[in-house]
Structures are given as structure tokens and as C-alpha cells.
Design a protein around this ligand. Structure first.
Ligand SMILES: *Cc1c(COP(=O)(O)O)cnc(C)c1O
Length: 429
């Protein structure tokens, strides 16, 4: 059997025997890690099935509505399933939420009013939040509506600056936004336990602060979600973890009834709220993707751990490192040179099921201060639960990569990245 597997990698798929051997050796040391990842996936899979059964998900729910989308039982039941999985009172799960940024904007702008203050107690949030908040002047930002913003940076060791957070909370503080994943920043990803500590600290000072967690890339990585640790809202994208690779678009907001209601009135219109919103044909892929999500996330996590260990062994700085616990699916590798960054991305691209024949090139992107190289050969445009990688063309030439709909594909992508580095003499094995 092993022979057949190595033959297909090294024959048909052009992986060098040395690259293959090196990767297999690393893999042999990861068995226990992988078992833990599988156990988390098993627990989360049962959580999903159980929520579907409890809500009596039925064949008719797979059908969609058109027009106004009144009485879309499939949509409404799915929202109850999400609420059960996240242990919240309510949820909004819609194809009309175009992406994670949109979901965050809806959650924030729905629950803040002029004169309110938004607090980020864990440092600067994800780049696309800049224009929502109005950190850079932008049309329609919260700043334009008279909503202030205050930020408390993390301490140099990545922990919360409780002293400054306490000082920052005032009579106007209405909502705290907490980002679980490091995203593409250099800070550590926050565990659910850490988020829970932060929320109880904030609530002790001012119990009515709405605590919202940007849950992107974190869903199903741990046994519990931030909403079980005190978060009033959790927000994410369906073309990341919870869509399981099958959702073609969409986003979700789960949380307390009153905040979700506000979000629904903002997403559609005052007076309409959750009652409208045709699902067209997406219900089935939303359900099926959610069903698969725990195992898809497990595959992506194994890929991240595998890559961390391979590149760490080769002497590169990897974040998180090879042995650290994981709280999201993103892996960063500091490749050190533009050549290595490009080679890595070419490898990921060459391993893709779609567009494997194209060559990624660095390019100027809106919102970035340097060229960026991106590799993605995805079934769903921009889906980052599918194997994908990108990096800004500036020191330390870090690549951020994530996803993989199956562990085997993530494995192949990482092997192919190493193959490209090896071919170009950028690593020695
Ligand atoms: C991806 C991401 C977002 C934004 O999601 P988009 O779907 O790209 O708009 C926000 N926050 C974090 C932490 C993310 O990873």
C-alpha cells in the first residue's frame, strides 16, 4: 500500500523521493497530535448532528425560497441549528451576508448608535475593519455616524493590558470587539478560555457592554465556541470554517436574541428583519457544509501542524511553532527571501484541483503597502477553507497559509511547496 502511495506522489505528481521521505519522517512524529485533532472533530461532529436532529432537519429544508423569502423553513431551521451549536439564543445565517467583513459590519452597525463607543481590547483588529470603524476615512464608516473607537493594545508578551482596558471603559462604551484569530498579524491567536477571561473582566467593570467575537477561522478548532465563554455575539464567514467548503457564499452572526434581531433589521430593513431573505438554492449546501465542517477543519489543522513541523525542522521561524496548541487554522512561515515566498506559493498553486496550471505572481493589491503574492485554486472564489496561501512581498517574507478541504490535499499542497523550494535550491534536505 505504502508503495502505491509513494508511487503516485513521486511518479504521477512529480514529488522528489527526498522531499517525500523527509515529509513522511516528519509525519511519523505527529501521530499523537493528529489523534487529538480527530477527537475534537469527533466531538464537534456529534454536536452538529445532535443540533440537526433536535431541530428536526428534514428533506424539505434543503429546498430554497424565492422573491421575498417568506416562510423559508429551511433557512429558519438552519438558524436554530446554528444557535444550538453556538449555544446562543438566536442566529442569523444568510447568503445575503456577502463575507466576514460584511457580517462584522452588520453586527456592529446594528448594535451601535451615535455617541456610543466601540472598544477593541485586544489590539488593532483585522485590516478590513479599518474602514468599517473609520480608522482611515471611508464612506459609511461608524465614525461618520458619530461612533467613537478606542483601542487597547496587547502587552509585548501577547497578554491583555487589563490596567489600560479598565481605564478605557467609560459610560459610552457600548460594544467590545474581540478577534479570536491572529489573522495576518503577528500576535498570538486567542483561545476560547482567554477570550472568556477577557469578557468576564469587561463585564465586571460594565455588565452591559456587548462583547462580540470575530470568530473567523476559529470555528470547530476547539471543543467550545466563544459564545460558551460569555460572548454576546460571534461572527464569521461561511466561505471559511463553518461552510465546510460547500457553502458558495454567506456569513453568520449568532448571539443574544436582541442583538441578532437588531442585526436582522440592519441586514434587511427596519420592519422586515429575519422574515425576508430568499435562499434560492443554497440551503442544501449550507446544511451539508456545516455537517462536514468539523472534519474539514480537522484536515486543515493537520495541514497547519504538518507544515509548521516541516518548515521548523528546516530552520524557518513558524507561527505557531510545531508543538504549540492551535486556536485557528492559519499557519505563518517566515521564508526570509522573495524567492522562497514565490516558490512556496507556486507549490500550493500547483497542488490545486482548480487552476493548477497557472503561475501566481506578486501584484499590487488595494489596502496593502507592498506587492502581494497569492495562491488559490479553489472551487469557491476566494474561499480560504480551501487550500490557499498568500504573503506580502516584504521582509520577513512570511507566507500565511490555511485550509485544505481534506487532510490529504493539505498534505500534498505542503509537499509541493517544499518540492518547489527544493528544486530551486532554496532548501537542503
Ligand atoms: C477573513 C477574516 C475577516 C474578514 O472576512 P472576509 O470574508 O475576508 O471579508 C475578518 N476577520 C478575520 C480574523 C478574518 O480572518
Amino acid at each position: 500500500m505504502k508503495e502505491h502511495i509513494s508511487d503516485i506522489y513521486c511518479g504521477q505528481l512529480h514529488i522528489d523521493r527526498r522531499v517525500y521521505g523527509f515529509c513522511e519522517e516528519i509525519l511519523a512524529g505527529l501521530r499523537e497530535r493528529f489523534e487529538n485533532i480527530d477527537e475534537t472533530a469527533e466531538y464537534n461532529q456529534m454536536k452538529v448532528v445532535s443540533a440537526m436532529q433536535k431541530n428536526r432537519v428534514a428533506e424539505m429544508h434543503m429546498k430554497g425560497s424565492s422573491g421575498y423569502g417568506y416562510n423559508d423553513d429551511g433557512r429558519d431551521t438552519l438558524e436554530r441549528v446554528y444557535a444550538d451549536i453556538f449555544k446562543t439564543e438566536s442566529a442569523l445565517v444568510r447568503p445575503q451576508i456577502t463575507c466576514g467583513t460584511h457580517a462584522l459590519n452588520v453586527a456592529l452597525s446594528a448594535n451601535l448608535r451615535p455617541g456610543d463607543e466601540l472598544l477593541s481590547p485586544a489590539g488593532k483588529p483585522y485590516d478590513t475593519m479599518d474602514e468599517i470603524i473609520g480608522l482611515r476615512p471611508s464612506k459609511g464608516s461608524l465614525a461618520e455616524f458619530g461612533i467613537n473607537y478606542r483601542q487597547v493594545d496587547l502587552l509585548p508578551d501577547g497578554s491583555f493590558d487589563y490596567e489600560l482596558i479598565q481605564k478605557a471603559i467609560n459610560s459610552h462604551t457600548k460594544l467590545a470587539t474581540i478577534q479570536r484569530s491572529k489573522g495576518y498579524a503577528q500576535r498570538p491567536t486567542l483561545s476560547v478560555a482567554k477570550i472568556g477571561e477577557l469578557i468576564s473582566f469587561i463585564k465586571k467593570i460594565k455588565p452591559d457592554v456587548i462583547c462580540m467575537v470575530d470568530n473567523c477561522y476559529g470555528e470547530f478548532v476547539e471543543l467550545h465556541e466563544p459564545s460558551e465563554a460569555g460572548a454576546d455575539m460571534v461572527v464569521g464567514s461561511l466561505i471559511k470554517n463553518p461552510g465546510g467548503g460547500l457553502a458558495p457564499c454567506g456569513g453568520y452572526i449568532a448571539g443574544r436574541e436582541e442583538y441578532i434581531e437588531q442585526a436582522a433589521y440592519r441586514l434587511s430593513s427596519p420592519g422586515l428583519g429575519k422574515e425576508v431573505g430568499a435562499t434560492l438554492g443554497v440551503n442544501q449546501s449550507f446544511y451539508q457544509g456545516l455537517f462536514l465542517a468539523p472534519t474539514v477543519v480537522a484536515g486543515a489543522l493537520k495541514g497547519a501542524v504538518f507544515a509548521a513541523n516541516i518548515y521548523e525542522k528546516l530552520g524557518f521561524r513558524v507561527i505557531p511553532n510545531g508543538t504549540e496548541p492551535r486556536y485557528d487554522i492559519i499557519q505563518a512561515v517566515e521564508l526570509g527571501t522573495p524567492e522562497a515566498l514565490c516558490a512556496f506559493c507556486r507549490g500550493i498553486q500547483a497542488a490545486a484541483p482548480v487552476d493548477s496550471f497557472v503561475t501566481p505572481e506578486p501584484w499590487a493589491m488595494p489596502g496593502y503597502d507592498s506587492d502581494v503574492i497569492m495562491a488559490a485554486g479553489a472551487f469557491v472564489q476566494g474561499s480560504s477553507i480551501e487550500l490557499s496561501a498568500d504573503g506580502p512581498m516584504k521582509p520577513p517574507y512570511s507566507v500565511f497559509f490555511q485550509g485544505g478541504l481534506t487532510w490529504y490535499h493539505a498534505k500534498f499542497g505542503i509537499m509541493m511547496s517544499l518540492q518547489k523550494l527544493y528544486e530551486e535550491g532554496l532548501v537542503k534536505l
